[in-house]
Write a protein that binds this ligand. Structure first.
Ligand code: SF4
Length: 283
């Protein structure tokens, strides 16, 4: 697969709520918090979900205390479960379908997330052997999305996560390693490793953090205004309320829309090709 095709696959992984039966508003168990003001058990529709699967308060979610709904993103899993796995049959048509559908949804979400990471990795220039392994993983993951509900429910997702994670680490090390060689003759790759760092509320404004490994880092409410975050590996990092106003994330790696939706940014924040600017960010 060439880089452009992989890029297109990554870009295509966006939610199309018009093709989904409101699965994120129904399937998930949500406990009342500052992000969602009511308790909602798994499998029961949110009180704001309309008969056409639209949200009654869509335009005012944040004002009404439903900030979590503006952060959530299924990477297109909802429409695939609705239209491919269940072939356009809704949980409203048959409660038995609903039970399975709500169990399949989080599995499909994980598959889509893995497809997103694999496709993003393949959008970079990589050594042929690594590209080949990623290609095989991507093909396998894509084929999973076509399986029926029972087959999806019997999957052991961890079996797919482990080998993929290794390939993503290899990709990250390769891309960041090349940049590190270019930007520093003194520092070694290990100086750029801050995997799982606790940087909650840390002042990083204006810093050059290019090529840093921030896998699984805690960046809640970190001040990263105007920071240079190019080629940073953000896989699994917690960016809730991190301040990214004016920051350069144009070539940041392995971000998800949900991570970015949970952070703060503005029109000066530069985002990678696979991330859309959240509509709730300040102008
Ligand atoms: S508030 Fe709207 S978007 Fe959020 S779960 Fe309820 S129906 Fe869905």
């Amino acid at each position: 697969m060439d880089n452009e095709t992989a890029k297109n696959i990554r870009e295509s992984l966006t939610a199309d709520c018009s093709q989904c039966f409101g699965l994120c508003c129904t399937a998930l168990n949500i406990i009342a918090s500052s992000d969602f003001p009511i308790n909602k058990p798994a499998g029961s529709p949110c009180a704001n979900l309309q008969s056409d699967y639209g949200c009654k308060i869509h335009a005012n979610l944040r004002e009404k205390g439903f900030k979590g709904c503006t952060v959530f993103d299924c990477l297109g899993a909802g429409q695939v479960v609705s239209q491919v796995t269940f072939k356009g049959l809704s949980w409203r048509d048959d409660p038995e379908i609903g039970t399975k559908m709500f169990q399949v949804f989080p599995i499909m979400e994980q598959i889509h997330e893995m497809i997103a990471y694999a496709a993003e990795a393949l959008s970079y220039e990589l050594p042929p052997a690594l590209s080949e392994k990623l290609n095989m993983q991507l093909n396998e993951l894509q084929s999973l999305t076509k399986r029926d509900a029972d087959q999806l429910l019997s999957l052991d997702i961890v079996m797919y996560r482990f080998p993929l994670n290794e390939l993503l680490s290899e990709t990250s090390n390769y891309i960041r390693g090349k940049l590190i060689q270019k930007i520093s003759s003194i520092k070694k790759a290990k100086d750029y490793n801050h995997e799982r760092a606790d940087w909650i509320g840390k002042k990083l404004s204006g810093q050059n953090l290019q090529a840093v490994n921030l896998r699984g880092a805690y960046l809640i409410a970190a001040d990263m205004r105007n920071a240079d975050l190019r080629a940073v590996d953000f896989i699994g990092a917690d960016l809730r309320d991190a301040d990214l106003r004016g920051a350069n994330l144009s070539t940041s790696m392995f971000l998800t829309q949900m991570q970015i939706n949970s952070a703060k940014g503005d029109e000066k924040t530069l985002l990678p090709f696979y991330i859309q600017r959240p509509s709730h960010w300040t102008a």
